[in-house]
Design a protein around this ligand. Structure first.
Ligand SMILES: [Zn+2]
Length: 116
């Protein structure tokens, strides 16, 4: 469901699914983005919908780090994570469409017939 690795700008983040909640400074968290190690941790102790929401939340942190975005507040991330999760759940065909738009690796250019 959640990919094991995602590319954010030019960096790859590993996604680790954990059986327990994540302890961060004494707080129990559903997810955590370690942008130094490029790891997104997601706790499996939540509903599937909450897992998607938490993943998107941590992904926003990764995006803010990799694109040096400082204007997106934590509150804004909390406000948008649920609606965006609902959007992806209600529009599963979008992911398939996007996959088709991915840039293809450049093909090797061979000699063109009749070019000489
Ligand atoms: Zn956060």
């Amino acid at each position: 469901m959640i990919p094991k690795r995602v590319k954010v700008n030019r960096r790859y983040y590993t996604v680790e699914m954990l059986d327990q909640t994540i302890d961060y400074g004494g707080h129990k968290c559903r997810g955590l983005c370690d942008w130094d190690k490029k790891i997104i941790y997601i706790s499996k102790k939540q509903t599937k919908r909450a897992i998607i929401s938490t993943f998107l939340h941590e992904l926003f942190h990764a995006i803010c780090c990799e694109y040096k975005i400082k204007t997106l507040t934590h509150k804004a991330i909390y406000d948008i994570e649920g609606p965006l999760a609902a959007f992806f759940i209600h529009n599963p065909r979008l992911a398939k469409s996007i996959k088709q738009w991915r840039p293809q690796p450049a093909k090797k250019k061979g000699p063109v017939a009749g070019a000489f």
